[in-house]
Design a protein around this ligand. Structure first.
Ligand SMILES: [Fe+2]
Length: 365
């Protein structure tokens, strides 16, 4: 399986993961062979990329860290709650039972999943960004929480807070939130209010309320709304803040293209005791794969291969199936561990180079 930008799709490719619509419903199922018509529809609706099956990755199984059903349920529940709260003056006296149940399901699956490193599955449409993003933030924050040694009950509280961290955005006009291009100072001040709105909406749940209020605070005091510093910032809110930045950076937004996962992770890794507490940054970084499975990479030796897996605690050192030697000639594929061989990823080829590499390999897709 590999992620392919929609404009690089070709008829005949088979979907490796379902394409989910705005509310988490299955728009196209896994296993569907793409026709020209399907590709046009995907482009028209605004999907930026989808996951397709890939012969280069035969025998490599990429699984989401939570089940499709749990992800779908979570997206639907977040949408339902946020839609309800978008009516003026609405307050959630208690977090809905359904949200607690999906947070519990996510925590349960993550605690039982012997994954190596997370390959964040990114399938969403532009309009549905907030709901999909909230679920990704929840998964990432809970994983960091597990690394941090939190107990199950605390993990569920963290999960609920993460799912609802941006609840206050329902009070910000959509034309400001979805505006391509930079906001004016006044508009940005308005966006910043989502923290206080979230705190008020979630007032009945102390943890979720604190997370919604403080997830944009930064360790160096340059965050908002209060400009709190260091350990004064609730650590669960910091965990959500880290996950929020990572997922936002790796997503296509209406105003910019997504950053590559390794660039985003490098940025986070360097933010210790600057944006967030170093220990929390460390616990986050060690569970996320810098080069998701299926990424074509050029190694320090000049060889070209495809990432098959990433050992936990070594996010930047994947196991790679070598396909081309340093002279760019095809070799009999074999897998090596960059940790054990003392190698590193020197770069990730751009879309154009990926096409050239695939042609050399005789693989159109
Ligand atoms: Fe936010």
């Amino acid at each position: 399986m590999r992620k392919v930008p929609v404009n690089y799709l070709e008829p005949g490719m088979r979907l490796a993961r379902p394409v989910l619509g705005t509310g988490g419903e299955v728009y196209l199922a896994a296993g569907v062979t793409l026709s020209g018509k399907y590709i046009q529809r995907l482009e028209k609706i605004g999907f930026s990329s989808v996951h397709v099956e890939d012969r280069l990755l035969d025998g490599v199984f990429v699984q989401d860290v939570i089940s499709d059903k749990t992800r779908r349920d979570a997206i639907m529940q977040v949408r339902k709650s946020l839609t309800e709260w978008s009516r003026p003056g609405t307050k959630a006296l208690n977090v809905p039972q359904d949200i607690t149940l999906v947070a519990d399901a996510i925590v349960g699956e993550l605690l039982n999943n012997p994954f190596s490193s997370v390959n964040l599955v990114d399938i969403r449409t532009e309009g549905a960004y907030l709901f999909h993003h909230s679920v990704n933030v929840c998964v990432l924050a809970v994983l960091a929480g597990i690394n941090h040694g939190l107990q199950r009950e605390q993990l569920i509280n963290l999960g609920v807070g993460a799912l609802l961290h941006d609840a206050g955005k329902v009070r910000i006009p959509a034309e400001i939130l979805n505006r391509p291009g930079p906001l004016t100072a006044e508009e940005f001040d308005r966006v910043k209010l989502h923290c206080a709105y979230g705190r008020d909406i979630l007032g009945g749940n102390p943890t979720a309320s604190v997370i919604a209020y403080a997830h944009h605070e930064r360790y160096n005091g340059e965050g908002y709304p209060l400009g709190l510093k260091g350990r004064d910032i609730n650590y669960l809110a910091q965990m959500v803040g880290i996950a929020d930045i990572y997922d936002a950076l790796t997503s296509d937004r209406c105003y910019r293209k997504a950053h590559a996962p390794h660039d985003a992770l490098e940025l986070i890794a360097g933010s210790g005791n600057w944006w967030f507490d170093t220990r929390l940054v460390h616990n986050f970084v060690r569970c996320v794969a810098a080069y998701p499975t299926g990424t074509l990479v050029v190694l320090s030796t000049g060889e070209v291969g495809v990432v098959v897996d990433t050992p936990q605690a070594y996010p930047f050192f994947p196991n790679v199936r070598i396909l081309l030697n340093a002279q760019r000639r095809k070799v009999l594929p074999y897998t090596l561990s960059t940790v054990q061989e003392n190698l590193w990823v020197s770069r990730v080829p751009d879309d154009e180079e990926v096409q050239t590499i695939r042609q050399t390999l005789g693989e159109t897709f």
